[in-house]
Design a protein around this ligand. Sequence first.
Ligand code: AMP
Ligand code: MG
Length: 436
Amino acid sequence: MPLGWYDLKVAAARPRAGDEAVKRKTLNAAFDVFVRIPLVAKALARTPCYNARMISVEEALERILARVGTLGEEQVPLTRALGRVLAHAVSSTLDLARLEIAGRIAAGHVADKPLTAGQAFRIFTGGPLPDGADSVIPQEEVTTEGTTLLVARPVKAGEFVRPRGEDMRAGESVLERGRLIGPAELGLLAALGHAQVRVVRKPRVGILSTGDEIVDLGGLLGPGQIPNSNTYSLTGQVIEAGGEPVPLGVAPDRLEEIEARFRWGLGCDLLISSAGVSVGEHDFVKAALEKLGAEQHLWLVNMRPGKPIAFATIPSTGKGALPVFALPGNPVSAMVTFELFVRPALRRLGGHARLQRPVVQARALAAIPNPGRRRGFLRVALTADESGGYGARLTGDQSSGILRSMVAADGLAVIPGDSTIAAGEMVPVILLREVR
Ligand code: AMP
Ligand code: MG
């Protein structure tokens, strides 16, 4: 065990044989180490000034979402739209593809016949509308092929309406903005004639791992080195949340290198780093962000695992400020803080109507203790019974370095600090995936 401050104090006061004064000093020092200092430390930890720096999960999320907006849109072919988010409400008004040009009406002349379905008249300014006409469309917006009129853009109700189908009234909104496009939505969009769909742009997310000890895939592990797993679990989480991961590699614990990697990512819509965010001598992530002009909005959050998590924004010209999350390094802490904070922000960027994971009530199959003072987000495996109810059980050791307990987890049980959910009691669980 390395010498800490307390050990040094005792070592300095070690007695020479027969020296009474030194003996007394040693006793005093021992009293300090084993009684006084722990008591003072405990009292300090409970004082409001220490706790004031630690904010609640809710407050943290509020500060984050207040600074994240939804991205712009892009057009994609219908066949590429699965899993994307609609950027606009879609109404049942149809695109009018082809109309027969059945006549012309000049100013001062009246049509010699009524307009019937599927027909159009060319009409000049000042000409009276013929019977049967719904509306007028400017000629700049259409093209002709011989006697056929082609209308390429979607036509709005009241402008050039042609309702079809009994289950939808023309102009009625059938798909709302922010809707996730699934197979049924694809079918409906096709039925309404949309070969192209306008969807919210996918957020590009830079992912940076930091740490002198971290070796990426393909490298040989030396003594004291650790394989990079965070980049890959975070990559998976980004894709699952609808983002596009942009790898920024592994930076050693050096201010300039971390800053340089962040610079690579300035074109992204959001940045994530892992590790190096505590108050250790080798923790440079916050300093690197400061050098990039970032404004920090939170640091300590009242949760376990994953207390130190920084959220900052880097001001940029042309678009909104770039949100940056500096997550803790422990593999489980990184994943859990992603779930609670990065995912909702990413979903907001991506235009999703629903930002949060669903929460279910589950019955504890065995006691679930949360001994620490911080609110626990503990890994649980869920079972579903025939009546649709859930049972929850801890996945094992809750240490924040144990990825296997995350692999086994279907959800995170939310438990207040210093409390235990007894077997048989109900507990809220954030669902991370479908229960298999
Ligand atoms: P830190 O937040 O820098 O104190 O790191 C906390 C712990 O997480 C240390 O044991 C690191 O070795 C570990 N760690 C940091 N980055 C990674 C990573 N990319 N993959 C796996 N473990 C990591
Ligand atoms: Mg470190």
